[in-house]
Design a protein around this ligand. Structure first.
Ligand SMILES: [Zn+2]
Ligand SMILES: [Zn+2]
Length: 466
């Protein structure tokens, strides 16, 4: 999204003893789980494998087929020949840093997230390992450390190559996997970040850097362009003065796609994010509607306040032409095999609820004309490939295959035919831990209950306990 209008929200770190309790994590789970008579959507190619048995041992897929030897003590989950087992979903652009957000992701079938900046090192150092050990329910978290060249967006700033290199090394030392570039870096700092990131084996993601431009950034090795709309700011030709919201000419799309393809860069296909910004552009009533919607019960009180105070509603003009343009650009990228990953920016943009926003993004991609396989790939196989190829020591995910992390969603219908079935999984397995629908509902409703207990005191909304 346009950095000028960007707000970054730092939610309070909140610890819930209820969410951390074993009742939700089912920590007494057996070591082996077997799915029987399921239709597997492996996402290696566009196919469905009927009547499969999938064995999960110690958090990984141990065997799959029509004849599989199963340990006697394995827990059995029966798909009755009618249910579908797909890879867990990935949201590759989030700004959610609390245990409660993690629970809501999981309840919505999201088993991997890429945090795109401003996660605290408390979250990275304490919450993330607790999720990995199965003590806190949540997705696998990958995190980017954000570096910028000016303080105007409230970001971490580097002003010299030495500082830039040090920032990359500090990010590595603190457990972040990615570096996220931001808009105001200087060219020398950009070069230093790219060089040091290469030395430290840290992939680089992020915005267009105004002083460099995305074409040069991708050629220099930037792995992921966060936000499809970033191409409008540094690659497509600029709108005439006074027509800031005008979409770029569609005739330029092939040239821009060629420049992406030459570099192999990944792109975050965040169509619904931009469309949601467009909907609230100059429209306070739209944000009021977001705050009244039932899903906002899963948005923390401090995020709700940030939504209420956000500045898009004060903008003028319309972004609608750009929304249409981005849909066309995204479909053209998908057809040209530009690797696209789904991303939402939840919950930092008003209206985008963690977990649920990913399904809205997938729906927006389908609306842009992507095939259901192209759509599903953005939240499964493509994020899995991007991480496996660029983050050392990752257990593969994003496809259903022997040896992969057991991140799975069990759904009632064929997601190639009915994408919406993914919104209400019958169960979710994250890193081998199984949550049936009841457990997922309990998790999510506990979050809403906790948020409802926040009270107004002395003009500020505070928590009754910690
Ligand atoms: Zn961003
Ligand atoms: Zn973001």
């Amino acid at each position: 999204m346009n950095p000028v209008f960007r707000r970054l929200v730092l939610p309070l770190a909140i610890v819930s003893p209820l969410i951390a309790s074993p009742a939700f994590g089912q920590s007494n789970a057996p070591a082996a789980t077997v799915f029987v008579d399921v239709n597997v959507v492996p996402m290696d190619t566009e196919r469905v494998l009927p009547h499969q048995t999938v064995l999960v041992v110690d958090g990984k897929i141990a065997a799959m087929g029509t004849h599989v030897d199963v340990p006697a003590n394995a827990r059995t989950i029966d798909g009755h020949g009618t249910m579908y087992l797909a890879p867990g979903l990935a949201d590759m652009h989030t700004h959610a840093h609390t245990r409660r957000d993690m629970a809501v992701f999981l309840a919505n079938g999201v088993t991997t997230i890429l945090d795109m900046g401003n996660a605290s090192n408390e979250f990275i150092a304490q919450v993330r390992p607790a999720i990995d050990k199965g003590r806190v329910p949540g997705p696998r978290v990958y995190a980017a450390f954000l570096v910028d060249g000016s303080p105007r967006y409230g970001n971490f700033v580097v002003t010299t190559p030495e500082e830039a290199r040090a920032a990359v090394r500090l990010a590595k030392a603190n457990g972040y996997e990615f570096i996220k570039l931001y808009t105001d870096l200087t060219p020398v700092c950009f070069d230093a970040v790219m060089d040091e990131a290469r030395r430290q084996h840290m992939p680089v993601a992020g915005h267009g850097v105004t002083s460099v431009g995305l074409e040069k950034q991708m050629a220099a090795g930037q792995l992921l362009v966060a936000h499809t709309e970033e191409f409008m700011y540094t690659v497509f030709s600029q709108p005439p003065a006074g027509q800031d919201n005008r979409p770029p000419p569609v005739e330029e799309i092939p040239r821009v796609i060629e420049s992406i393809r030459k570099t192999g860069a990944f792109v975050t296909a965040d169509l619904n994010t931009y469309a949601t910004i467009a909907r609230q552009w100059g429209r306070p009533d739209v944000v009021t509607g977001f705050l009244k919607a039932p899903e906002s019960r899963y948005v923390s009180p401090n995020d709700r306040i940030a939504w209420r105070d956000d500045g898009y509603v004060k903008r003028t003009g319309s972004l609608d032409g750009r929304v249409v343009f981005l849909a066309r650009f995204t479909k053209a990228m998908a057809d040209a095999d530009v690797p696209l990953v789904a991303g939402t920016d939840a919950p930092s943009i008003p209206g985008l609820v963690s977990g649920m926003a990913l399904h809205d993004d997938l729906q927006a991609l389908a609306g842009a004309g992507l095939t259901s396989y192209q759509v599903l790939a953005t939240a499964t196989r493509t994020p899995g490939r991007m991480i496996a190829q660029n983050v050392p020591g990752t257990t593969p995910f994003g496809t259903i295959a022997v040896g992969n992390r057991a991140d799975l969603v069990l759904v009632n219908k064929n997601p190639f035919v009915e994408l919406g079935t993914l919104r209400q999984p019958a169960g979710v397995m994250a890193n081998g831990q199984w949550y049936d629908r009841q457990a997922l509902d309990r998790l999510q409703e506990q979050v809403a209950t906790d948020y409802a207990q926040a009270v107004w005191t002395g003009g500020a909304k505070v928590w009754p306990g910690k």
